[in-house]
Design a protein around this ligand. Sequence first.
Ligand SMILES: Nc1nc2c(c(=O)[nH]1)N[C@H]1C(S)=C(S)[C@@H](COP(=O)(O)O)O[C@H]1N2
Ligand SMILES: [Mo]
Length: 448
Amino acid sequence: MPSTRRHLLKVGLAAAVTPYLANSASAPVKMITLSPSPVDLEMPVEGFVDEITPVENFFVRCHTMTPKVDAATWQLEITGLVNTPLKLSLADLKKLPKVELIGVLECAGNGRSFYKPGMPGAQWRFGSVGNAKWTGVRLRDVLAKAGVKPGAAHLLLDGADSPMGKMPDFQRSLPLEKANHEDTLLAYEMNGKPLTPEHGFPLRVIAPGWAGDSWIKWLTKIELLDKEHDGFWMKTAYRHPAKHIEPGAAVTPADLIPVTDINVKSVIATPGPWAKPGAIVVQGVAWSNSSLVTKVDISADGGKTWNAAKLLGNATKYGFRRFTWQWKASEGTHTLMARATNAAGQTQPMEPEWNPSGYLYNAAQAREVVVAKVQSPVATKAELTAPAAPDVYKQACLSCHDDHMMKQQHLTRAQWDREVTKMTGWGAQVKDDQRSALLDFLTARFGL
Ligand SMILES: Nc1nc2c(c(=O)[nH]1)N[C@H]1C(S)=C(S)[C@@H](COP(=O)(O)O)O[C@H]1N2
Ligand SMILES: [Mo]
């Protein structure tokens, strides 16, 4: 939405980031907070035991503040290259055939923290992914109501969230072909209940098999365009090289293509970092894009030998597939690994496919497990002796968000320099004579 309503929304800010409600039979896990506001939460690995991720365990990724939407006055506008521009209420939408779909939503940046060399951005580990039952209507049924004109090729999607400062509004476009796919939905429910504010109440896009950046939340506008939208979040963000590049190598923007499909992947939930010798259940989940997971292999020796895990339950086209494997573990330190394969023959690589923005990480997870009769005390890491923050840091950098954003980064001075340029472009006030002290601090405190 346009930034003119930004000030109105700021009033409702504190209430907008609502606490998690325990509304599921499954045990809630302690979510990892990457940023409290805008809210970015990830699920710890213990959460990868459920086929359907409970809403309170489901990761949250917001580029800006969670908007407050009044369902009574909310409307979805359909405009651009259509025969009949429309404004639909929630009740209008619910008159269309109701569709349910189980599908994985994974952030394009999931696993970014494991790339070497690192890059700025939310430092996700394994958990910016979840699987839910989505209920709504087919996007193509909505488009048919408006009548798509010849020449329309992409849909600009916009949500009710407003940008902070001068950051570009989070808007994305979806190719018409993906929009017209029978599995692409506009959902109003997640796991049988209305969407929560964080997950896009009252309506969001479900783009099965594709990364989360296309799953627009708080949807308010669809505009039919004759070409891909040319805003920051399409032309700069969410792009990756089409071909393999060496880690750390520079890439020309012309060689980058938009992120679409997610990759075949798996995560081990149990055992944790310590287990007793004997029979141990290794379990977790695997998922893929629109191609089914066909097998999961487990290694207990760091990838030297592999064993087929048992796949549990029934396959759903886009959902999580649970797996287990019985491990007879002897005392010592072992490296467990899981590696999933899909029907298209894609397998998780042993080495990640590095790309400048750190998208679509899917290297086989290596998990060290200490097998011993008793758990030895874990050495506590010495507190970092942090240099004192200069005033410019407090004034210029802590005005829109707190230091969760900085703490998770591990950047070189040159990378911090680019980050400060990005933030000043968005509205951070850094004078020329303050910049060097700011960079000294950022590099010393949040450097490599
Ligand atoms: N309007 C809007 N939609 C959005 C976002 C956003 O910031 N604003 N974040 C996107 C990204 S990057 C992801 S990964 C998913 C996260 O969805 P979740 O928070 O429900 O897990 O929402 C997508 N939809
Ligand atoms: Mo994302």
